[in-house]
Design a protein around this ligand. Structure first.
Ligand code: OGA
Ligand code: MN
Length: 281
């Protein structure tokens, strides 16, 4: 058996057709999905009617799952499911609203960031709320040779506290336990995909605070330049969600960014699982 794959962009991304992940799948299919993820970095699957239990089970086939530090948004019976939503029930948000409204890869602010995420759409607005994905392999490969050489030895500080303060200025800052779980972390700016050996650019908006060993101004300039380059339109796929879409992406070689919607008018409920990864090198 081999997957029916339809490429989305010249550089990356594929839709997987005619596969029902709500049904049990043999290991060979999961292996093919992993191979496809290594090749395409982002996989789209429409019409996946996954229960929460099945979403978690399927995600575990990709590796052990991470549990998000914001416990208030783990509102299903499964702590591995992180809820993104503007919906409140009994006056309490069921998920984190305005999460990911910046270019980032998931959990880059921990020592061993996530290798991949599986985001399942339960309720989506009829307009807006697209998610953008960018290939960091394509971004790296398109850099001028001299920039590649300049940045190859560099590392940068990823900071959840910095991101949180910028993303959610109207909320209480992280508490001590949350801060203790998310100290600043240094990662290389160019990382190597552990399975394919392909290099990619490893940056991000808001989360990446500074480049190690550069004067602050120079660090700001270079980060701004790299972040701008990283999301050049030819590296970006825009996903327009339908309910029951499942999108699987590789956090080691892509970034993504949410886009706004009329959150007074429309409900959005998304469930994310996050697969553990290795230390970037
Ligand atoms: C995520 C994320 C963006 C979105 O689930 O990790 O950043 O559009 N989501 O909800
Ligand atoms: Mn994200």
């Amino acid at each position: 058996m081999s997957l029916d794959l339809v490429p989305l962009m010249p550089a990356f991304g594929a839709e997987v057709r005619d596969l029902d992940l709500a049904a049990d799948q043999p290991e060979s299919v999961i292996d093919e999905l992993k191979r496809a993820l290594n090749q395409y970095s982002v996989l789209i699957l429409r019409d996946q009617r996954l229960s929460e239990a099945r979403h978690v089970e399927l995600s575990r086939a990709f590796g052990p799952l991470m549990v998000h530090v914001l416990k208030q948004f783990l509102t299903t019976p499964y702590p591995e499911i992180y809820v993104l939503s503007n919906v409140a029930e009994d006056g309490k948000p069921i998920g984190n609203h305005k999460e990911g409204w910046n270019w980032h890869s998931d959990l880059s602010y921990v020592a061993e960031p996530s290798m991949g995420s599986l985001l399942h759409a339960l309720e989506v607005p009829p307009e807006g709320a697209d998610t953008l994905f960018a290939s960091m392999h394509a971004a790296y490969e398109a850099l001028p040779e001299e920039t590649k050489e300049r940045i190859r030895p560099l590392s940068a500080v990823h900071s959840y506290a910095t991101y949180y303060a910028k993303a959610f200025p109207d909320r209480e800052p992280l508490d001590e336990t949350q801060r203790a779980k998310t100290p600043d972390i240094v990662h290389p700016i160019v990382r190597t995909h552990p399975e394919t050996g392909r290099p990619s650019l490893y940056v991000g908006q808001d989360i990446v605070k500074e480049i190690v060993g550069l004067p602050f101004d120079e660090s700001e300039r270079l980060l701004a330049e790299l972040n701008r380059h990283a999301i050049r339109s030819d590296f970006v796929y825009r996903h327009k969600w339908q309910a029951n879409d499942l999108v699987i992406w590789d956090n080691r070689c892509t970034m993504h960014c949410a886009t706004p919607y009329d959150d007074n008018r429309y409900r959005r409920v998304m469930h994310r699982t996050t697969v553990s990864g290795d230390r970037p090198f």
